[in-house]
Design a protein around this ligand. Structure first.
Ligand code: SF4
Length: 388
């Protein structure tokens, strides 16, 4: 989960305000929306009070972001065109209109191309404005949306290499709101990078929910990394997020060899208990993860390693938690993002009883957080010693 962000471009037509909640995928989607809106002649402002159109590009991964959107959307007066787009739009569908009656349109992640047309319709036709517009049916995005050449940062660009996810981890809403894994053609990816290079951008992050499962025809993720590494003018790049099951020694070797690739791997562990990993449908064991971390450290010289951890998953016992605590202690991540489990709609885990009490989740969260803080500080102070 990342901080909310407001994007701005030079004013030109009707004023448009866009607020982003969630991960880098959402941030990139907001750039895509800005590019499409700018192409359609709309101007973007960072002052919501002055805007004719207010759009929330939303996240459904955690309850907290959704709560913010409900309260923000409700505070605007009638008369503005208000849209909820992205994962939360897909997740709640038409219910958003009932819960937040001043919302005029709801658009899912695969339909963002339609946003400028929807706004034009709503602006020009009062009858339509009162009927509200709802689009969440598309299965895939048209490739052209990635080529508007709009990037918020002058030096760095996020480049989506794959959309959606087919892993169905039992706690995760992503496959339900972003659909199955869909890999972009590598030629389109390289073309997008080339376009950004021509704008003077030299640093890139390859993005996807599960990047290392990338495959297009016979080209896999390792070969894609080599192609990107060879691009003339590109100075540095990285990728996020990886799934342990799709991570291999070959990937580590490629990481070590690719001169322009940042030596950084975000590899969510989620739990250190085999029983909980199974309930989470993660597809690997504690030992598999520990071996991966060990190989990464041996092969990728001076490579940083970070992870996500969930505490308080349904039925997580003291013993399960200790497994996670010990894993974090053994791996000594450079940083770890610790989350307290909360059920998300549609997911398998939401049908399990949320058995770990709130206070217990908080206690477990605090324990790992404090230990990780100490480890991270040691890593920063270079007092870090590799476990035997
Ligand atoms: S790999 Fe699992 S946690 Fe990650 S996006 Fe896919 S379903 Fe969600």
């Amino acid at each position: 989960m990342r901080k909310q962000k407001i994007l701005t471009v030079e004013p030109k037509g009707s004023l448009f305000y866009l607020k982003t909640y969630g991960c880098q995928m959402n941030k990139r989607d907001s750039e895509v929306i800005c590019g499409l809106m700018a192409e359609a002649g709309y101007r973007i402002t960072d002052d919501s009070a002055k805007a004719d159109i207010v759009i929330f590009n939303t996240c459904s991964v955690r309850q907290h972001a959704e709560d913010k959107v409900w309260s923000e959307a409700g505070r605007f007066k009638k008369g503005k065109i208000i849209g909820v787009v992205g994962c939360m739009a897909q997740n709640y569908g038409q219910d958003i209109f009932e819960r937040s009656p001043n919302v005029s349109f709801v658009v899912g992640p695969a339909d963002i191309e339609k946003i400028p047309g929807i706004i034009t319709k709503l602006s020009n036709d009062k009858a339509i404005f009162e009927r509200k517009i709802f689009e969440i049916d598309s299965l895939a995005r048209p490739e052209k949306i990635y080529h508007t050449n709009f990037y918020e940062d002058k030096n760095h660009a996020f480049v989506v290499i794959s959309e959606g996810c087919s892993n169905f981890c039992s706690y995760c809403v992503v496959p339900y709101v972003r659909g199955h894994l869909h890999n972009r053609n590598y030629e389109d990816i390289l073309k997008e990078i080339q376009g950004a290079l021509e704008k003077g951008i030299t640093r890139f992050t390859l993005l996807g929910q599960n990047v290392n499962a990338y495959k297009y025809d016979t080209l896999d993720f390792v070969r894609l990394l080599r192609l990107v590494d060879a691009i003339e003018g590109l100075e540095e790049f990285s990728f996020v997020t990886s799934h342990p099951r799709d991570t291999s020694v070959d990937l580590f070797k490629a990481m070590n060899d690719a001169g322009k690739l940042k030596k950084y791997l975000h590899l969510p562990a989620q739990s250190g208990s085999d029983r909980i990993l199974k309930l989470m449908n993660r597809g690997y064991s504690r030992k598999f993860y520990l071996d991966l971390a060990d190989n990464y450290r041996k092969i990728v010289k001076a490579g940083a390693l970070t992870a996500d951890i969930i505490v308080g998953f349904p039925t997580e016992s003291e013993k399960d938690f200790k497994g996670t605590y010990d894993l974090v202690k053994a791996v000594r991540f450079n940083a770890a993002y610790i989350f307290k489990y909360s059920p998300r709609p549609h997911t398998e885990a939401s049908r399990m009883a949320d058995t770990v009490p709130k206070e217990e989740k908080e206690g477990r969260h605090r324990l790992i957080l404090e230990m990780q803080k100490e480890i991270s500080n040691k890593v920063k102070r270079r007092e870090y010693e590799k476990p035997e």
